[in-house]
Design a protein around this ligand. Sequence first.
Ligand code: G4P
Length: 558
Amino acid sequence: MKSLTSGHLPSKASLSINGGEFQKELKEAVNRRRNFAIISHPDAGKTTLTEKLLLYGGAIQQAGAVKARGEQRKVTSDWMELEKQRGISITSTVLQFDYNDITINLLDTPGHQDFSEDTYRTLAAADNAVMLEDAAKGLEPQTRKLFEVCRLRNIPIFTFINKMDRPGLEPLTLLDEIESELKLATIALNWPIGSGDLFRGVIERQTRDVVLFSRAERGKQSIERRLKLEDPELSNLVEKDLLDKAIEELDLLEEAGAPMDIELIRAGELTPVFFGSAMTNFGVKPFLDSFLDIAQGPVSRIAHDGPVDPLRDTFTGFVFKLQANMDPRHRDRVAFVRVCSGRFEKDMIVCHARTGKNIRLSRPQKIFAKDREVVEDAYPGDVIGLNNPGMFSIGDTLYTGQYTEYEGIPCFSPEIFCWLRNPNPSAFKNFKKGVNELREEGAVQILYDIDQSKRDPILAAVGQLQLEVVQHRLENEYSVETRVEAMGFQVARWVSGGWNSLDEIGRIFNCKTVQDSWQRPVLLFKNKWNLNQLEQDHPGLELSSVAPVVSGVNPITL
Ligand code: G4P
């Protein structure tokens, strides 16, 4: 039974200032906040761009502090033994910094090739996304996948085309690819003059100023040199043919391109495009300035009874990520909560919507890369880390005041499936505990055979690394050595109509029927071709690549 109101203590805000003043303070805090995540394929330059953004925000003193290299990297990413072994960062972090009176929350996502569901879930907490492309490569697989997740929630997308100092694809080709493949209209806000060795700078669309390319000294903010397009000096600085080509293309865009429309950008239907070079720090500041002008602030989130305004005066938030053993010395578990409305305060007593229990949040943390500090308060758009004694699950809502439960975070379509075997029957208890807890934490999805005699769980992951993490953690945290056995499937689809609609169509071929942790039917296919075949044979069968959201139901356990 859910409690209708939490038994929360009067907040400091309501004790110390009257409602009007509190609303004013909340409104100011909300207006001041912007939150985004970067979506990109490994090597597009996400770390480099992040460094440069932090540099402008004064959050780091020199570039290189985010991703330490070589020996130093080992020290920076010691959260997990596995990270040390592989020299990679698995854990998402949230970076908060101030720039021009705006508090920016940058939700960082794992950059490794074998990315996992964490990356997807982080996007559930983001209000805006920056799509970073390598100019020489254009759209790449990981970017496409992440874009699809943004599209599910119509998140505004800002495109930064990076590495213009290197030979790249034609700028018009890059825009065309976004338009035709992602079905996303584009509006270039600056236009490059040349590329690679011949990269001379950009023409700003709005002012028609030329900003000349210069390489900022490593770790320094760039000094911008700009000239009017009509300035005669330009001919001494930029080759005529390069400038003519850029102007011609820009005129083409003026005639045939989409007009500026902030509403369409905020609806996720039009993406502003910027060309630059993160490494040389060219175009990063103008990008940041425009982004902050156009990006949306913390938006309303959909709860059980409709959208919740961030200006609601009671606190609400949801858990979008759980991380265990972030600091092995403390063996702690952290739940990352996105604040959605009201003001969060340290020591606040909130209600945990799923269980109806009241909890005091006594050690909220702000986490900057590896460092943490205790937060006193937080506002919509911010992310706080809470100590998690095993009580929080992905998607859980916390609230004060009236009962609120946010829509859950969908499970994303896994692409890797394998049996998880426990060769040692005497370790079954630990095996069971580990599998259930890791599922609860969202480390991996667990599916089950519909044949009850086959009790081994099926690990379903979006990235290979998730499997390694699960096995590693089972061994280190639960003392069970496991074996994984590939099943040979690559595609999963949830049957939207449930078991009845499967029964109606009778026997199906070239796929395996399993159940998810909520006993819902899932079909596994060896390849897309088999899936297409089934769709053709049974056009009435509705299939979904994203699991329907569950709320308020307890999953089956091992
Ligand atoms: P990621 O986080 O998206 O995986 O990419 P990261 O920033 O680590 O960048 C990948 C490589 O691309 C790095 O080179 C980085 O220096 C380079 N890079 C990033 N932005 C630009 C750019 O604007 N122009 C050029 N030319 N290169 C860029 P690396 O060789 O892997 O590392 P390093 O030796 O440069 O540190």
